[in-house]
Design a protein around this ligand. Sequence first.
Ligand code: ADP
Ligand code: F6P
Length: 319
Amino acid sequence: MRKIAVLTSGGDAPGMNAAIRAVVRRGIYKGIDVFGIHNGYEGLLEGHITPMTLGSVGDIIHRGGTILRTSRSERFKTEEGQKTAIKQLNNYGIDGLVVVGGDGSFNGARKLGEKGVPVVGIPGTIDNDIAGTDYSIGFNTAVSTAIDAIDKIRDTAFSHERTSVVEVMGRGAGDIALWAGLCSGAESIIIPEASYRIEDIFERITCGRNRGKMHSIIVVAEGVCRAEEISVALRERFKLDTRVIVLGYLQRGGTPTAYDRMIGSQMGAKAVDLLIDGHGGNMVGFNSGKIVYKSFEQAEKQVHEIDMSLYQLAQTLSI
Ligand code: ADP
Ligand code: F6P
């Protein structure tokens, strides 16, 4: 292994820069040339590849987003696209690739692997929905950002005696909603992994009102429905004074937390070590508090499960 490259793909996530920095610096430390591929798989197809130096990853560990930028590439999904990508890697003499991204990006990485490219995946997505790992880089920061926003929203909900419905990201997963809801003391949390009835939510709000709590926060995961739908139902059926807040991309950007910098650094270094040791075809993961690795195939057979005991806990604490 003489030359490796790193790219970020899919949605950006805070902590990706820590991972890029670790890949570059560990690689150089081990005597390897490291290249940066700009704009994800789309940039790989276009040969947008430049050498990385110790200095090119200086002053980035504290920055959100990804200095390499990212993309969603339809072209890369085709056989033709993947062949072009491999040609580009060969043009630069690159014999190992690190892909930082979500499960879509891992599908792409696995396909390159099947065509003979040694690839290692690093889980990076705020959604925390990747099979084979308990944790994905960016989740902790996104949850912290959501909590910070909900704390502020609560002040106004309290002052005006309103019900605020907060929509958070997560694609099909409820992890962000569950963590942000539990840690901000939301009265109701609506996630794709659990069914809900609007009557139950109203009942919770009524219980609170009966003991003098005139405001409430409902956190809904985008994978269930729009916050507006919950708001309309509560307003029209139960005559509640509601407001809707969609947190959106606020959750994707921002300064990574210590946790995301730490996991990003550890996973980045591990990815390089795996390539050097001939363990392409694997993803780095985090299981039971340890950095681990497993094949893309093995990970694909697993399902990322939300911790439903946290959901039960939230239910019992928000009575
Ligand atoms: P994420 O990696 O965050 O889940 P996407 O699902 O958008 O984000 O995937 C990122 C990119 O990975 C896609 O734009 C595409 O280029 C590539 N990709 C996704 N799925 C596949 C697939 N089945 N085969 C090949 N490439 C894929
Ligand atoms: O995967 C991260 C994520 O932010 C999801 O939570 C969200 O559904 C999606 O990306 C939004 O994607 P885009 O950046 O393409 O709008």
